[in-house]
Design a protein around this ligand. Sequence first.
Ligand code: DLL
Length: 435
Amino acid sequence: MKNYYQKEIETAPYEEIVKIQNEKLKKQVRRVYDNVAYYRDLMDKKGVKPEDIQTIDDIKKLPFLTKDDLREAYPYGLLGTDLKNCVRIQSTSGTTGKRVVAFYTQHDIDLWEECCARAIVAAGGTNEDVVQVCYGYGLFTGGPGLNGGSHKVGCLTLPMSSGNTERQIQFMMDLNATILCCTPSYAAYIGESLAERGYKPEDNKLKAGIFGAEPWTEEMRRSIEKSLGIKAYDIYGLTETSGPGVAFECEEQNGMHINEDHFYAEIIDPNTGEVLPEGSRGELVFTSLDKEGFPLLRYRTKDICVLTRKKCSCGRTHIKMSKPMGRSDDMMIIRGVNVFPSQIETVLLKEGYSPNYQIVVDRARNNDTFDVYIELNPDQVSDVVSDIQARERSLEAAMRSMLGIGPKIHLVPPKSITRSEGKAVRVIDKRNLHD
Ligand code: DLL
């Protein structure tokens, strides 16, 4: 039996979805033009009037918004309704640059929580489940979003927030948590901590995990699934559009369905802004079709991914996005070579190392230095220096073959890299190439 939270819309035929998008977009553009002077100016400059937008295809005529616009309009310049209609703010976790403040009406919160509820049900959640939410609560959207979604499904919700791993484990075991929600790096850490305390994967009652907010690889998924004895589902979102639940994985574990009755997705060439056909790799752009408080049109996420509308065995019809393959702005260029942290992680896991690593990039005498610190697994520790050196050489060769550039590898003792309770700090770039 397949489960959906809102079956009718989640499995609606494509034509039905387009009809909804056409109607919502027309209304939304009118609302934004009338209420948001900042965007009205951008439309006027481009010579576009609300009447020019009749169908979803007309979206191409609208101007883009970027994080720079959000900074410029901070804090109220992109508000889509009277402040008195708003009930909450959330703010970015500061992945890049200055904070962004997003406003929500009660309607916005309801639709956001419904999106998270869809994700929980897609991961097998019902009102019999115990959902342990260890995303951060507060300004970060992870905790509040999944918390609200869990309530909507009727699950018993453990609002743990991040950190205090000892307490996480105690509640998980004593209250029989069945679904874990946190960042993949924290899930890996919890798995590690359980093993250290002598628990086997079958000792916990977890069946699924809903992990997102940072890039993670297939290899990392398998390793988390093994250590916790669960099925691990990806979830995507960003503060600017609401938070987690913009897109979520189903049982196929092969791309995330975008809730496209609320968020219209486009892929563009990040250099030219040209809209690319389905299946192309490019920058993801989102339009909120019915948000009231912070109704962003054509917001450039900087996330690089691919969209596909191939039929999905889960029965959901909404378009799928691939895992973000990096960001058009976090890609490092080291000695002229493009490097994504996820490539390094892929090599580490393939070669049997832990996903606990840190990349340090610096510049000495106009030359980039590129160091990767990697924790040894306990069974890899050795007193024989030449053994460790041989491992470092072999890892360097594997990295060179993946990246086209060889970092200096430093194998460090287990547990020596600071653990994250939220988003892992993977890259320390000391070159100050930006801002
Ligand atoms: O990270 C919202 C979220 C919370 C998503 C909990 C999933 C779970 P921000 O802090 O605004 O919002 O960061 C958004 O994080 O543009 C991506 O670059 C990255 N990101 C989010 N989810 C994923 C994911 C939350 N599943 C930025 N895989 C986005 C890779 C992700 N990157």
